[in-house]
Write a protein that binds this ligand. Sequence first.
Ligand SMILES: [Zn+2]
Length: 454
Amino acid sequence: MLSTINAVQFFSNKFHNGIFVVVHRLYLIIILTCLHSIADAQALLPADTANEAYCAAVSKTYVADNKLFNELLKEQAENKKISKYYTSSYETIFEVLNDRIKKGHILYIPAICNTLEKILQEIRSKNESVPADIKILLTRETQPNAYTFGDNYIFVNLGLFYHMENEAQVASVISHEIGHILLRHALKSMVMSYESNKVYAADVKLLKSTEIHAATRALEILKNAAYNNGKVSRERELEADSIGYLLYKNTGYPDYEYLAALHIVEKYENVKPDSLAMEAYKRFFDLPEQKFNDSWLKQEDFSSYNYNTYKPALDKDSASSHPKCAERIQHLQTIYPQLKENGKSIAATSTFTELKNLARSRHLPNLFFNEDYGEYIYTLLVRLQADPDNKQYRDLLGKGFYKIYEARKAYLLNRYVERVKPHEQTKSYMQFLSFIWNLKIEEMEKIAEHYSKT
Ligand SMILES: [Zn+2]
């Protein structure tokens, strides 16, 4: 692995004047994801014509930038054959991403987009290795996550603002992504993919369709391609952490928040932050037209999974014992012994709290837009648990149940509602998923009807 200091000097030389110079042998493709998670919200968005216009405009710029990027790649490639592979791989990536942009998966929320731009400019002003042409787009995804395909576009999920506690933590995630760009990890994954003869591009093309979900699945394939080698992708995470930390520190952000952000990311990667009490099921699903059935709550026996092994990861307050997080923090502290975890997070400023509220208000609409109906219903139930008579939530619950009723009828429920994964989900979420999967089609329909008319 590259020593971080050398790597930064290396990239300062190669990327001086902010021009993205592709050096040496061209490595290319694929993705880097970082974080994940969950939460709640307020209302469904009405048809958003302003956002549609924004997406159309971004799409134009995006396509033009992609063209420039690929031309640059071609010019600088040494080997024609691999150059062609890179270019066509990138074309696939760009097509999938542009499809999502056109379908409205990105958002323009002025206060949040301006903050992202401000953070990026601050990082750039203190780190000349950062390319001048990096652009950030805000996505509707709800996990505290960001990703880049190495073409200088960074996609930041709105979920990042929902989960992070202050601006410095958001900056740490952006710094990490810039680290991936500087280290050209996407190109390296492409080389691996080329060498192992994995033509995932063909898989992506199969998914072309006009439905929103196809675009999401195509993105998943691209993201998964980055993990074609678990060990390598882990090492790249560690490298991006190291470079990212230097960028972050040079910018003057407080040390501790870099680690705090890592904790949050890991904590909410798979574990839902809210929990639904057992009583809620009877409370919301014992209906006049359909008596509650205890067998709905039945769960599979997961004892063979050695549940205790995974327990620490599922305990909200012990995210630091999550092996991935622990490894990343330990790695950072080995390189930078001054990095300590004993700080206390900076309280969110009122400005940042406003951004969090904006993210919160979009959370439910985004889950619905993204067709994450399982999580959508779960989130609504958690909301209703605290506010049982909320007319709007009850109405939305009906809508959610109609969606999964239709999915079940079409044998497509697994596309919209996760399966139980005992080592990745909280007990509360596993119980919820078991409940949904236990429901019969007609039972789902009854629930949908009930909530649609209350
Ligand atoms: Zn990463």
